[in-house]
Design a protein. Structure first.
Length: 167
């Protein structure tokens, strides 16, 4: 199970963004297209990665630049969209999943995510959720039925979400 999450994989998943995500990427591209020529410098691509929340590895950057740069040594909009569509549709690594878990259950003393954690997070996000709705969410995610969502339950619920994206 954990080996599935320790490797990023797009194979078998739909590489499609919502119209809103596509608009957001196009807007981000325009911010980096300082000259307004429809292409960005590879150095700007590195900044775009970080601005969009990704920490690129040197070998990945080298590969995508070689794959998508045009005859002028620039990355056109189509290449930018392809690069970040793949990035945004990747399955998360185990480390990323566990960081996400910590957002829900920040207290190391507590054994897992509780209804109170869900209520706190909903409030922080400005969402309103009824107690019974939160209870139902917890029951759905609590694979072992112990009343809390532990890291294993959390990984399982995320895996099931990625399974539903399979073609």
């Amino acid at each position: 199970m954990s080996s599935d999450l320790t490797h990023r994989a797009t194979r078998g998943f739909q590489l499609e963004l919502t119209p809103e995500q596509k608009r957001d990427l196009e807007e981000a591209f325009r911010l980096f297209d300082y000259e307004g020529v429809g292409a960005i410098d590879p150095k700007e691509l590195i900044i775009a990665y970080r601005a969009l929340g990704f920490e690129p590895k040197k070998d990945e950057l080298k590969r995508v630049i070689q794959e998508y740069e045009d005859a002028n040594g620039k990355i056109p909009l189509a290449g930018f969209m392809a690069i970040f569509t793949m990035k945004m549709c990747e399955a998360p690594t185990l480390d990323e999943v566990l960081k996400g878990y910590k957002l829900f259950a920040p207290d190391d003393e507590q054994p897992g995510i509780t209804v109170d954690d869900l209520a706190r997070l909903a409030k922080e996000l400005g969402e309103t959720a009824a107690e019974e709705e939160l209870q139902e969410m917890l029951r759905e995610a609590d694979a072992d039925g112990d009343g809390i969502v532990n890291p294993i339950d959390f990984v399982k619920i995320l895996q099931s979400g990625f399974e539903s994206r399979r073609q």
